[in-house]
Design a protein around this ligand. Sequence first.
Ligand SMILES: Cc1ncc(COP(=O)(O)O)c(C=O)c1O
Length: 466
Amino acid sequence: MKYEEIKAKIDNIVSNPVRPFKSEELKAIVERYHINHLKSKEAFERAKKILPGGVEHNLAFNYPFPLTSKRVFDCYMQTVDDIILTDYLMDGGPIILGHNHPQLTEKVIEVIRESGPCHGITSEYEYLAAEELQKHFPSCEIIRWLQSGTEADMLAIRIARIFTGRKWIIKAGGSYHGWSDQLVYDMHIPGTKRLESYGIPKPVLQYTESIPPNDIEALEELFREKRKVAAVIIEPMGGESGAIPTRLGFNKEVEELCHKSGTLLISDEVVCAFRLHMGGGQAYYGYTPDLSVFGKIVGHGYASAAAIGGRAEVMATVAAGVGGGAKRAYCGGTLAANPLTCAAAYYAMKLVEETGATEKAGKAATRLSIGLNEVFNKYNLPWFSYNFGGTVHFHTSCVFGLDLGDPKQAGQIPQRKEFMEHMGAALIDQELISVAGSRFYTCILHTDKIIDETLQKIDNICQKIE
Ligand SMILES: Cc1ncc(COP(=O)(O)O)c(C=O)c1O
C-alpha cells in the first residue's frame, strides 16, 4: 500500500469516531478472559506484591490483566493455563526463526557448556558475529557489541556529539529509540514532546528536538535554526516500526541533508535488520548512514544483544583499551560482547540467511495483511492493514495517527488506546497474541494454513464490532 493511501486511511480513521465492540460482546470477551486465565490471574496477584505494577512487559498490552507463559515453541506460546496462543508478538520482533529454533538452541547450549555466559575477555564469536553483521551492513566498517538497543542509541548520539563537536540531536515525532534520558522525547504519538519525560530534568532534553514525521521542510528549517546539529536519528520504516510509515524517498532526503551539513545520520535498525531486509532499512530504502544501531533481533532474542556499527573514523571515538583516542565516547557493560550472545548472534544471522527467513516471514506477513484488508472490507470497517517485510500493522482506532494539533483529536488518546486494549483482549479470546492490539510480527513458521486460521479468527472478531 502506498504512503499516500496509508496516510489518507489513517486520517479517515482518526477523524471519525472509534468503531467499538458491541457492549455485550466486549463483556463476554472480558468474562471469558477471566475464566480461561485463572492461573495467570493468580500469578499476576502474586507478582503485584513484588514487581512494580505486577508486570514488566508492556508490548502485549495486558488488558484486563497480563498473561504468564509456561512454554514457547515454534510460533506458539503456551500460558500457565495451558492456552496455546498463536504468537505474533514474537518478543516484539526478534524471533524470526520461530521460538527455540533447534539448531540455534543446540549451538548456544554448546557455547554455555564451554564458556559459560560471560567471562570478561574476548572470545572469537565477537569478531565472527561482527564479520557476519558487516557482510549484510557494509556501512558498518567497525562494530561494537552492546547490551540493548537503548544503550546502542545512547552511545550513537554520544559518538555523534564527539565526532562533530556539536550538540543537537533531531528525531522524528512518534519514533522510539529506547528509554535513555535524552531520547524519551516525542515518542509514540507525534507532537507529544515531553509528555512521557517524567523524571528527566528539562536541561537534559535541551538539545533534543523532533520534527513531524516525513516533514523534510521542518528538518531543513531546524538545520537553519540550530546550525550545530550533531545527528539525525531515524527509524527507517517510520515511527513505532512503521505504524507511522515513512514516505518513500524521505530517508534519502534526510541523508542528503545531513551530509551537506556535516551532520551524522543514525539509522536505528533495531527492528528492520533482518526482518525488513537482510541489509535492514538502509538496504531497503537505499541510503547510507554514518552509524547504525542494532538490538534484539541481532541475537535472535538472546539476552544482552545489541551493537553499533559505522564508518571507521566515526567509530574510532569508541575504541576501548590501548586503541582509545583522547576524546573517547565512554561506554562499557560487563555483559556486553559475552560469548553466549555473540555466538547466538553469529549462528542466528547465518541461519536467517540460510533459511531465507526474511523473505519467508515477509511472505507470511503479506498474506496476512492482504487477508486482513479483505476481512475489514467484508465488514465495512474503515480499518486497514499493510506490511513492511515481516511486520504487519493493522490500524483500528489508530492512536498513533492522531493529530494533536487538531483540538477535536487531541483529547482522544485515552479512548483510542482503550479500544486497542479491547482489541488485544479480543485477540487473546481468539488465541492470538499481538503487539499492542495493532501489530503482528511473523516468522518462518507462520504457514499459509496458520495465517488462514488467523484470518478466520479476525473475522470472528469483526463480527463483534458495532
Ligand atoms: C527502533 C527501536 N530502537 C530502540 C529500541 C530499544 O531497544 P531495547 O529494547 O533493546 O533497549 C527499540 C525497542 O523496541 C526499537 O524498536
